[in-house]
Each structure stands twice: as structure tokens, then as C-alpha cells.
Design a protein around this ligand. Structure first.
Ligand code: 5GP
Ligand code: ZN
Length: 127
């Protein structure tokens, strides 16, 4: 069994190597869209729509797979933040929120994030 100190060190290593943790900390530059005590939103570097914003929790959570009951309020808050950003961006005609989750979900960055996509009609089904 791992000692608590070893687990803490492992966790610190994961956070220190996480791209979105570095963006949240300002160690990697990003274009800020919204921020508060729980979350940070920034422009996607490779936009798939005229509006493409990523909304992330400040805390390192790898994916939706890793959320238990204790995360309910935070998840609701992130969804609210996405809707608020959409309002501020004038997306009154609609938009799409995507949370790619895990390998099958096509998640490429292992720090929970919501994609807010808007400014053009969206197709269905997704690939
Ligand atoms: P995923 O595929 O995990 O759902 O989404 C990851 C997103 O992060 C992609 O849309 C990708 O363009 C974006 N991304 C990857 N690296 C960076 C970066 O360094 N800066 C920003 N702003 N976005 C990034
Ligand atoms: Zn992280």
C-alpha cells in the first residue's frame, strides 16, 4: 500500500504536468473569457466554430468519470458559467456544450473541461 505522502507526491506530479492546470495558473498563456473562484474559461487554441470556449474547474479533476457526489455543485456551476458566457457572446440562437469524456469520448486533455461551441449551426450526430 502507498503511504499518504507518496500519494500526495503523485497527485502533485499529475497537477504539475497538466496542461490546463498550467493554463489556470497562468504558466501557459491563454485568452481569458471568464473566471471566478471555481472556474476559468479561455479560448480554444484550435477553434471548431466562431465561438469555441473551454470552461475548466480551477481544481484538477481528470474527467467526468472522476466526479462523485461531492462535485455536484461544481458541475452545476461550470454549466451555469457556460450559459453565462453564451449569453455574453450573444449566442441567443443556440449553441452546443460538449464534454468529451475518457478514451471512447475522445478526450485529449485529462483535466475536466466543457466546450462551448457557437456562432454556426451544428450537425448531428457527432463523429
Ligand atoms: P478534448 O479533445 O480533450 O475534449 O479537448 C481539448 C481541447 O483543448 C481541444 O479543443 C484543443 O484544441 C484544446 N487545446 C489543446 N491545447 C491547448 C492549449 O495549449 N491552449 C488552448 N487554449 N487550448 C488547447
Ligand atoms: Zn489539471
Amino acid at each position: 500500500m502507498c503511504a499518504p505522502g507518496a500519494i500526495a507526491a503523485l497527485y502533485t506530479g499529475v497537477v504539475m504536468s497538466c496542461l490546463f492546470c498550467k493554463i489556470v495558473e497562468g504558466d501557459i498563456p491563454s485568452t481569458p473569457i471568464f473566471e471566478d473562484d471555481l472556474g476559468y474559461a479561455f479560448a480554444d487554441i484550435n477553434p471548431q466554430a466562431p465561438v469555441h470556449v473551454l470552461i475548466v474547474p480551477r481544481e484538477h479533476i481528470p474527467s467526468l468519470i472522476d466526479t462523485d457526489q461531492s462535485r455536484r455543485a461544481l458541475l452545476g456551476h461550470l454549466l451555469w458559467a457556460a450559459a453565462e458566457i453564451a449569453r455574453n457572446k450573444g449566442l441567443a440562437n443556440g449553441y452546443r456544450i460538449v464534454v468529451n469524456t475518457g478514451e471512447d469520448g475522445g478526450q485529449s486533455v485529462d483535466h475536466l473541461h466543457l466546450h462551448l461551441l457557437g456562432g454556426r449551426p451544428m450537425a448531428w450526430p457527432p463523429g
